[in-house]
Design a protein around this ligand. Structure first.
Ligand SMILES: [Zn+2]
Length: 339
């Protein structure tokens, strides 16, 4: 079985973006309404937006399941205030939930949080409760930088974030650490800001001692862990100099990496540097890079090809494709095994 732990609803019907534009306009123009009731996306439109895109690729590539969350660069937590993010998150999460009900043997959902810069993360708790209890979601996406590029929040190891971690522990749901659109022009959203967010998060975990307080919670650092696998010697050395335990003991019971690295040499590096027990298959398909690699003739985001071609045993490949996801996302087991 092959489980892709990193998919987003990048192909939502255009009405969704139009509603968001209206919401953003309403922030500065009181004559513009931003009522969620103004957004109507039919089941047929929703079904077509998946069947002709993510599902078609999953079928063509032989992927059984995808953990599916709202479009990451649409989260844009820096826009408006908590109320803005709260309404927007509720809409986006409900759409992902509807996708899981239409394709119940192919998609499971992860929640976007209603984060807002400087706002206490405990305000996200009720949306986590709703998404787990009403929508049976299996994970959350946690934005370490809701400011959209100034990294003004405390490090992820700070007690500031603990209300979210308490919920992760209670429900046994992991968080994918995932920034959103960069509003800092120094950053390209998917080219540099995403990879920076991933790298920053890993270094925060390395520096802190979060997992003494929360020994069971798990984080997935996407996009192959940013710069971490390539610079692993740097992080090992820094851990020694900071008198932190060795990385495997300090972090590898709680921190995982996905395979959203869009070339063979990158996946070879990832799977040779990071223990295969900490690598989860993912594609982030129809996301950051949607074109075909002229050198291979295949889509850059067809990451299954790289995992298949990497120097791995069948047992190691099974861990990356299925077993590690079952371990890191425990709530998927009852959904998958019921089918
Ligand atoms: Zn993503």
């Amino acid at each position: 079985m092959i489980i892709d732990v990193h998919g987003h609803y990048t192909t939502a019907p255009p009405a969704l973006a139009a509603w968001r534009d209206q919401q953003i306009r309403s922030l500065t123009d009181p004559s513009v309404s931003a009522d969620p009731k103004d957004l109507n996306i039919s089941d047929d439109d929703l079904r077509a937006s998946i069947a002709n895109n993510q599902l078609a690729f999953m079928d063509a590539r032989g992927v059984d399941w995808q953990i599916f969350s709202p479009r990451a660069n649409f989260m844009a937590h820096h826009i408006g205030d908590f109320s803005t993010s709260s309404t927007w998150a509720a809409i986006c999460n409900e759409l992902c939930y509807r996708v899981t009900t239409m394709f119940p043997d192919r998609f499971m959902a992860a929640a976007m949080l209603p984060q807002s810069p400087g706002v206490d993360p405990k305000t996200c708790v009720s949306e986590i409760d709703r998404c787990v209890n009403e929508y049976n979601m299996v994970a959350i996406n946690l934005n370490p930088d809701p400011s959209g590029g100034s990294f003004s929040s405390p490090p992820l190891t700070d007690k500031w974030w603990y209300p979210i971690y308490e919920k992760m522990a209670e429900y046994d749901i992991p968080a994918m650490v995932h920034v959103s659109t960069a509003c800092n022009p120094a950053f390209h959203t998917t080219g540099s800001y995403y990879i920076s967010g991933d790298t920053v998060a890993f270094m925060q975990f390395l520096t802190g001692d979060l997992f003494k307080d929360f020994p069971t919670i798990k984080f997935v650092i996407p996009h192959g862990g940013g710069a971490v696998p390539y610079h692993y010697g740097r992080y090992r050395g820094l851990a020694i100099e900071m008198k932190q335990p060795p990385i495997p003991e300090h972090l590898f019971g709680n921190v995982y990496f996905d395979t959203c690295v869009y070339h063979q040499a990158g996946v070879d590096l990832l799977t040779s540097v990071i223990p295969v027990e900490n690598v989860l298959f993912a594609s982030e398909m129809i996301g950051a890079v949607t074109c075909i690699d002229p050198e291979t003739g295949h889509y850059f985001d067809d990451t299954k090809r790289y995992v298949m071609a990497a120097s791995l045993t069948n047992d190691q490949r099974d861990k990356i494709f299925e077993q590690n996801a079952r371990k890191v996302y425990p709530r998927i087991n009852s959904i998958i095994d019921a089918k």
